[in-house]
Design a protein around this ligand. Structure first.
Ligand code: TAP
Length: 516
């Protein structure tokens, strides 16, 4: 059902602007939802230039939620031009940094006020369990905007004592400047959170942006646009172009006026993006795939290790870039550990992600579920022991049983490749073989995250020092925070999201030398 929605000036606490668009209205999760389904350019929602659309599907019901406008290359050009104009000629480029911060705080407040609506949309579009979507997908997005809002007026340069051209004196100072029009391309696992991680740093630095969300999960990024306009962001600062990677994403990566590209997604697409960025020497940051090792020593707190291993693998149905992709469990505790994780997995409630007692929702989309089932088949063919799951759950919707493999050997595909699904992969090591185990854990082209459980601080820090990964969790897992830099090594990419370091990805340094 399409109805014209008008958001009135001043309504909803902090809103300052009005925006009018053809809203999709549905009733779900005991609430009325109203959201856009068109391209967003210059603070206006519009159809694509050729009028084409694509369908976005609810993985719980496999039914179409709505059609969404499918951006063309022409639409990308239009969005980039809007962003360029906003950066070079508009109010945004002249705005005081502190005022920019206020806008971002206001947007964060609006996201907070709409969190139930956003979490419901995220849950329906991506299959995320609602309670998790509220806390993580949306909650961390709000926190990210608040965190970077605080950075706006703290982006500073340095003064540098260079050699003087005697008898004159010289002074060099640096300025940290925004780059200009930035492109952002996001994946489908945490649709709004991946937007927030990149866009908040990008806007805090003073840039304008054209973002392409993943085709299978566009809805929260469009609802976000409504809130950005409502918060008072000037036209052209935030532009969102839903569409395919091969057309719309590629057009952003190729665009000569886009000066920076922030990408989160798979390693193969990251490589093509990096090549495309060479066309105009775009600055690029890549957050790519992972196969993060989680190493569990016999001297660990077993309860904690079991709990964290389960959430490390099954959090967000395993659709988590830092998911513990491979467990190394010390032989001495291996059998007990396996018994206990199986017992935990048996307790997990699979079902409608909007139900408050559900632990495990449907996989994001059909092609992904099919890939996961094939991954399990290969694991069995390779000779790994399938201890639990490995198949589609016996119910309607794209549900997969949480899965556990043991006896996984290093040469197997399941030991090497990311599944991006609810599949625990367990290998063994002996106490005397710590260095050998570290070698095995490092013998991968990925280097996103890692974890270690041990009550021996020397052992834990030895592992932390010697593991090749951008993130190391010691006696915890998945503990990300908006203030801590996040990003991988090796073919997991480069450049950081979150923390102060993320600002560097969206700034350039100008050195000014004065003689007096
Ligand atoms: P991809 O298939 O790489 O897609 C990511 C995004 O790139 C999508 O928006 C996609 O568009 C777009 N894209 C595809 N081809 C493109 C092209 N030629 N030019 C420009 N854009 C293009 O990844 P995915 O399947 O969505 O996400 C899963 C992967 O992301 C996993 O490997 C996971 O580990 C990784 N990931 C990493 C992190 C971090 S922080 N390192 C976080 C989350 C996910 P479509 O909508 O058409 O697909």
């Amino acid at each position: 059902e399409f109805v014209r929605a008008v958001i009135l000036k001043g309504r909803g606490g902090d809103a300052v602007a009005e925006i009018e668009y053809d809203a999709v209205k549905i009733h779900a999760n005991d609430m009325d939802l109203s959201f856009p389904n068109q391209i967003f350019i210059n603070n206006k929602f519009m159809d694509s230039s050729d009028g084409n659309t694509f369908e976005t599907i609810d993985p719980t019901t496999e039914k179409v939620i709505t059609k969404v406008s499918k951006a063309t290359k022409k639409d990308v050009d239009k969005a980039v031009e809007a962003a360029r104009k906003a950066f070079e000629e508009g109010e945004w480029g002249k705005m005081n940094a502190r005022d920019r911060g206020q806008l971002m705080y206001r947007l964060a407040d609006l996201m907070d006020q709409h969190k139930e609506e956003l979490a419901t949309l995220e849950s329906m579009d991506s299959g995320a369990v609602y309670t998790l979507a509220l806390k993580t997908h949306i909650g961390m997005s709000v926190d990210t905007f608040r965190y970077f809002a605080g950075w706006c007026d703290k982006i500073q340069g340095t003064t540098i004592p260079i050699n003087n051209a005697r008898p004159n004196k010289n002074l060099t100072y640096t300025k940290r400047e925004p780059i200009g029009v930035c492109g952002i391309i996001t994946p489908w696992n945490y649709p709004l959170m991946m937007l927030a991680w990149k866009m908040a740093a990008c806007l805090a630095a003073g840039n304008t942006v054209v973002l392409k969300p993943a085709q299978v999960t566009p809805l929260t990024s469009l609802k976000f646009c409504e809130l950005a306009a409502k918060a008072g962001f000037p036209p052209g600062v935030v532009n969102v172009v839903p569409g395919s990677g091969s057309v719309c994403g590629q057009a952003i990566a190729d665009h000569p006026k886009v000066r920076k590209l922030g990408f989160t997604g798979s390693t193969p697409i990251g490589k093509t993006i990096m090549e495309s960025c060479a066309s105009n020497i775009k600055k690029v940051s890549l957050e790519l795939g992972g196969k993060s090792p989680l190493m569990i020593f016999s001297d660990c707190d077993m309860d904690k290790a079991v709990r964290n291993a389960c959430s490390g693998v099954f959090f967000n149905k395993g659709e988590n870039c830092i998911a513990a992709g491979r467990l190394f469990v010390e032989e001495k505790i291996h059998d007990e550990f396996v018994e206990r994780v199986v017992a935990e997995v048996k307790k997990m409630k699979i079902g409608n992600p909007l139900n408050r007692d559900t632990d495990h929702g449907p996989q994001n989309h059909k092609a992904h579920l099919d890939k996961l089932l094939e991954y399990c088949d290969i694991g069995v063919q390779e000779g790994a022991t399938l201890v639990y799951g490995g198949k589609r759950a016996d119910m309607p919707g794209l549900f997969m049983e949480p899965t556990i493999f043991t006896d996984v050997e290093d040469h197997m595909m399941v030991a090497q490749e990311e599944s991006f699904g609810p599949i625990m992969i367990i290998s063994k090591f002996r106490e005397s073989e710590m260095d050998d185990m570290l070698k095995r854990a490092n013998n991968t082209e990925f280097g996103l995250a890692s974890g270690v459980f041990s009550n021996d601080i020397n052992k834990a820090l030895y592992v932390a020092d010697n593991i090749q990964a951008g993130t190391v969790f010691v006696n915890t897992y998945n503990k990300t925070d908006v203030a801590a830099p996040f990003g991988g090594f090796k073919q997991s990419g480069f450049g950081k999201d979150l923390g102060q370091e993320a600002l560097n990805e969206y700034l350039k340094t100008k050195a000014v030398t004065v003689e007096y």
